[in-house]
Design a protein around this ligand. Structure first.
Ligand code: 5GP
Length: 192
């Protein structure tokens, strides 16, 4: 089965509405602001492409100067709905994070393998601190324990799309987070 012309038609259920996301992102912005002393630099490191929409809203919810930098990673070896644990850096930071407070901004934590790798990688660049803000967390599938400071929503073990999250590069532009109809990806995970 292929993606429909109208992306809404491929969604089984809306898990988190646009309004709920907006309210939670405002709270997270206030919490991140409050967590660091005034005058200390914060660098939001957005993990592309999934966190693009989240970071755009989150940065505007933080009432102080923040810098952003972008990294793009891909896990290779796994299928498109599974993480393999081997991470490849497709785009590295463009600036230094030395002595700065880094907040890694992620779309979703599933097994935790991607963030475990990234945290170690960024800590090797002598930042003042490294913390994690994720929009979504799927604790049921965690393989490695990683400390997450800010979580938008805990979700069940479903494959979700929207608000930046994709399947085959589609659905990122949905304003909500929804569960993709199973028949769209079942063949890839070997169910059909
Ligand atoms: P982890 O390394 O924590 O297993 O995987 C994190 C990455 O897997 C996310 O950044 C995302 O790209 C992908 N991922 C995991 N679960 C989902 C999901 O439910 N929907 C989508 N679209 N991507 C997911």
């Amino acid at each position: 089965m292929t993606a429909s012309a109208n992306p809404h038609d491929d969604i089984a259920t809306v898990l988190i509405t646009e309004e709920a996301i907006a309210a939670r992102v405002r709270e997270l912005g206030a919490e991140i602001h409050a967590a660091y002393p005034a005058g200390e630099a914060i660098v939001l490191v957005s993990v592309l492409k999934g966190s693009l929409v989240f970071v755009a809203d989150l940065m505007r919810a933080i009432p102080r100067n923040v810098e952003i930098d972008l990294m793009e990673v891909s896990s290779y070896g796994g299928g498109s709905t599974e993480s393999s644990g081997k991470v490849r850096i497709l785009k590295d930071l463009s600036g230094s994070i030395e002595g700065r407070n880094v907040v890694i901004v992620e779309d979703i934590i599933d097994t935790g393998l991607t963030l475990s790798y990234l945290t170690t990688y960024l800590e090797g660049r002598n930042p003042r601190s490294v913390r994690i803000a994720t929009l979504l967390n799927k604790p049921a599938r965690r393989l490695v324990d990683i400390p997450v400071t800010w979580t938008g929503f805990e979700i069940p073990d479903e494959f979700v799309v929207g608000y930046g999250l994709d399947f085959g590069e589609h659905y990122r532009n949905l304003r909500y987070v929804g569960v993709l109809k199973r028949e769209l990806y079942a063949s890839i995970i070997g169910e059909i």
